[in-house]
Design a protein around this ligand. Structure first.
Ligand code: FMN
Length: 184
């Protein structure tokens, strides 16, 4: 599978088989995250691999409402890659934010690492779901994430038990301008 196919075939997966993911496959996915670019090469991301069922259930119950779909997906997936970032590094120079995006570049860098992992997983036949709608402080409590780090995203991964249709995207003509915003 080439990158174009991985991009095209990826879907959000919300139903996983219980089949475990072997360590080599997991390592390959994590390596794709490790190799992502980041602000001044700060690499502020940290990946917590949650495989222990007890901790995974606690994570689901403390980060997402009990009856929510996110809660169920987190419990069902064999592995959750909880992605955290160190704060006040990406986008900073001499300890101060160096752009008008202030301290938020850690989100951007984490997203680059995550998309690398998602596409690598796709190549390996593993489904993924970005979970952004969760209580980051609740997740941090369960996972012992220290002060100075934020839980950015929970990524349940596993062999897919569904084949969702592609969701629609805006036409290229709606999202691309020529030379100036709004010019086509
Ligand atoms: C940053 C981000 C956060 C998301 N959070 C959630 C979430 O909390 N729960 C969920 O079911 N899907 C979540 N999604 C998945 C989106 O709903 C999904 O990517 C979008 O509907 C397009 O569908 P597709 O991924 O199958 O192409 C999130 C996606 C992104 C990129």
């Amino acid at each position: 599978m080439n990158v174009k196919e991985a991009i095209k075939n990826r879907r959000s997966i919300r139903a996983f088989k219980s089949t475990p993911i072997d360590q080599q496959t997991l390592d390959t996915i994590l390596e794709a995250g490790r190799l992502a670019p980041s602000w001044a090469n700060t690499q502020t991301w940290r990946f917590i691999i949650v495989q222990d069922d007890n901790i995974k259930n606690q994570l689901a119950d403390n980060a997402c409402a009990p009856e929510s779909r996110n809660n169920q997906v987190l419990k069902q997936a064999p592995v959750v890659i909880a992605t955290c970032s160190e704060l006040n590094k990406a986008g900073f120079r001499d300890g101060k934010p160096s752009t008008d995006k202030e301290g938020y570049w850690f989100m951007f860098d984490a997203a680059l690492a995550l998309e690398n992992m998602v596409l690598e997983a796709q190549e390996l036949g593993i489904g993924t779901l970005y979970i952004g709608a969760f209580d980051a402080k609740g997740a941090a409590r369960v996972l012992d994430v220290p002060e100075g780090y934020a839980c950015v995203l929970l990524l349940p991964i596993g062999y897919s038990d569904e084949q969702p249709e592609a969701r629609p995207r805006k036409d290229i003509s709606e999202i691309v301008f020529k030379n100036k915003f709004g010019l086509r």
